[in-house]
Design a binder for this molecule. Sequence first.
Ligand SMILES: CC(=O)N[C@H]1[C@@H](OP(=O)(O)OP(=O)(O)OC[C@H]2O[C@@H](n3ccc(=O)[nH]c3=O)[C@H](O)[C@@H]2O)O[C@H](CO)[C@@H](O)[C@@H]1O
Length: 418
Amino acid sequence: MERVQSAPLSHSTGATMTLCARDEGAHRCVVASVALYWFSLGRSVKVVILAGTRPEVVKLAPVRASLISSGVQTVWISTEQQGSLNAQALGAFDIQPDLRLDAPSPERTLGGRFAQIMDRLDQAVGDISPDLVLVQGDTSTTAAGAMAAFARRVPVGHVEAGLRTFDLDQPFPEEGWRRVVGQLAELHFAPTEAAVRNLLRGGVSRRRIHLTGNTGIDAVRLSGARVKPAPLADGLRRVLVTVHRRENWGCALEQVLAALIQLRDRIPDIEIVFAAHANPSLRGRVDAALIGQDRIRIVEPLDYLGFLSNLKSATLVLSDSGGVQEEGPVLGVPVLVLRDATERAEAVEAGVAKLVGTQTDDVFSAAFRLLTNEPERMQMVRAVSPFGDGFAAGRIADIISHWAPSKPLGGAQIRAAV
Ligand SMILES: CC(=O)N[C@H]1[C@@H](OP(=O)(O)OP(=O)(O)OC[C@H]2O[C@@H](n3ccc(=O)[nH]c3=O)[C@H](O)[C@@H]2O)O[C@H](CO)[C@@H](O)[C@@H]1O
C-alpha cells in the first residue's frame, strides 16, 4: 500500500485523515472525496467573520446570528479600523469579538493602515485556519481581509458583493476595494439583481453568485419594535444629515454646510440634526461652520438604534452614506444623496432617493423643494425596500452551511493521488 498523504483537516477538531491509494494487481482502492466524507460526519464549517467599521458590524451582525442558528462555528475578528464607531455598533448588537487586533495607526497613510490590517489578519487567519473568511462591503478591512485569506488559500465569502459605480474615484477607495474582493471571492452574496449583473459583467462565474438581499435591511427589520421615532423639538420638522465620505472631505463639505445654513434661514419650521462622524478631519470643519447656529444641532455619532429613531422621525435625510441610502427608503424617509455617483441606483430608480451632488445651490434647491412642496415630498414617501426583504442573512447562512468548498478545508494541502 502506498501511503499518499496525511494532513490535518481542521485546527478546530485536530482530526487527521489518511488518503490512500492501492495498486495491487486487480485490487485498486481509492479513498477520495475527503470533504464530502467529512461533511457527512456532521463537521460544521468554521467561518471567520471580519469587521472593523460601524457599517460592517451592522451588516454582519444578522449574518452571525443566522450562522450560529445554523450550527456554523463563527469567529468574529475585529480589526478596530474605526475604534469608537466600531465599538458602539458592537455594543448595539451585543457582540463581543472573539479576537481584537491592534488598531491601525491613525498617523499612517491609507496604504500604511491597509498594510497593518493585512499583516495582522495574515497572522490571525494562519492561526485560526478557518474554512471560510467572510467579509462585507468595501472597507480597507474588507479588501485586506480578502487578500490575507486569499494568500493563505482560504476561500472568501463576500457579503454585499457586486456594488459598483464604475468610477474608481467614487467612492474612493471603496470602489477599488470592492473590485479587488470581487476578483478573489469564492462566494458572492449579491444584494440586488443589479449587483448580480455587475458581477457577471466583471467576469465572475454565475455559479459563485447568490442573490440574497442586503443584510442591512435585516438589521433594520430585527431592530423593529425597539426603534421608536425620536421626539421632535418644539414641533419642528427634522432634517437629518450625515457627511463623511472621503471624496467629500474638502470643499464639498463646505458647500454642503453652506446649503444647510441657507435652508435653515429660508424654512422657519425645520431643525437640522447633523449626526457627526468620529473622523477628526471632518469634525473641525463641521464644528466651525455649525456650532452656535440656531435650529442646527450637531450630535455625536449616534448608536445604531438612536440613529434609526432619528431617521424614522425625519422629514428628509441628506447623506453620503451607503447604509443610509438603504435605510431611508425602508423607513419611508426620502433621501437626498450628497454624491455625484451612487452604487445604490435602485433607490433612485424607485423614486425614493435623489442624487444631488454637493454643490450648495443643488443641495439647497433639491431640499428646499421637498420641504416646501409636500405633495412632491409625499411622492418619495413610500416605504419600499429595493435592497432586500430583510431575510438576507438566513439565505447566506443556509448557503454557507450547505457549502462544499472547492479549496482544501482549513487551508490544509490535501492531494488525492490515485
Ligand atoms: C458609500 C460607501 O462606499 N459606503 C460603504 C461604507 O459604509 P457607509 O457609507 O454606509 O458607512 P456609515 O459610517 O455611514 O455607516 C452607516 C451605518 O451606520 C449607522 N449610523 C449612522 C450614523 C450614526 O450616527 N449612527 C449610526 O449607527 C447607519 O444606521 C448605517 O447602518 O462601508 C460599508 C461597509 O462595508 C459599505 O456597505 C458601504 O458601501
